[in-house]
Design a protein around this ligand. Sequence first.
Ligand SMILES: Cc1cc2nc3c(=O)[nH]c(=O)nc-3n(C[C@H](O)[C@H](O)[C@H](O)COP(=O)(O)O)c2cc1C
Length: 296
Amino acid sequence: MNTHAITDQLTREYLDSWMIRPSYIGSTAADITAEYFGETYRSPVMISTLSGMTRVNPGGNVLLAAAADMTGTLDWNGVLPVEEGLQILKQGTRAVLSSKPVADMDRILEMIRTYAENGAKGFVMDVDFIFDPDTGDVRNHPMFGQMGIKTVHDLKTMVNCSDLPVIIKGVLSTEDAEACAEAGVKGIVLSHHMGMIDSAVPPYFMVREIRKAVGSSLTIFGDCGIRSGADAFKALALGCDGVLVARPLMKPFAEGPEKVAEVLDHISAELRFCMSITGSKDLKHLNAGSLIRRDF
Ligand SMILES: Cc1cc2nc3c(=O)[nH]c(=O)nc-3n(C[C@H](O)[C@H](O)[C@H](O)COP(=O)(O)O)c2cc1C
């Protein structure tokens, strides 16, 4: 995987460019309960789409899902063998399962139907994986196979093949967000996939423009660079409905899902503090005016 430090740095600098202005008087202890696709969760801070977790802990994504259960949050997964996805659902985890944007649409549709029948809460596909950063061509990945170009028609087919909410990951432009809305996609993940693109625009830089374009027709998740509750608060106050965390969970996961849950709970608690001190009583009433852009 190509990763570019400058992209992570730009995202870091963008989040750091916002300052939080508190207002205590009359504020109440915040409620961080989140609602996605008709289900209620304890926090909008979630595990991001991770794959290959058996390399970190032999329990793999099935064990990582236990951390989501402990925190009462929606469990996101990267690409997995379908059997592993089904195991996660069987243990009762409320999970989003995923596929790479492979060329074989029938395979994708079959996966969506299988996960839908087995109680998944969503299906995510990372469209930012279509093109090969080394050649610019459509990617033929040694492990994940031949990718395929995806059109609005393809997304519509995915949306219409079951009741499962379809979510598109890797959106960074208003055009893509509008295409997703047109196709009936339910959610998008604003992401540069840990710096896969050189000098990619920070996801949180784009969220206000995208929100303005699509209104409330899409649930918008922010991904990349969330390292604290203040980061999560900024992403949410700028317009995200939830945030995903990936790399900070890797080391804790080597020690077990309890450690992952501790990290997530800590970020959630920090988020709640930021909300309480800014008069943001819940996620529907985030005080966007409490963010001030640094200009000194
Ligand atoms: C080990 C590992 C595996 C990943 N697998 C996937 C994947 O299968 N699908 C995907 O869309 N993103 C995948 N990602 C990317 C993350 O979901 C996330 O977009 C990225 O790491 C940025 O978030 P972060 O800054 O919190 O790490 C993976 C990341 C890591 C570190």
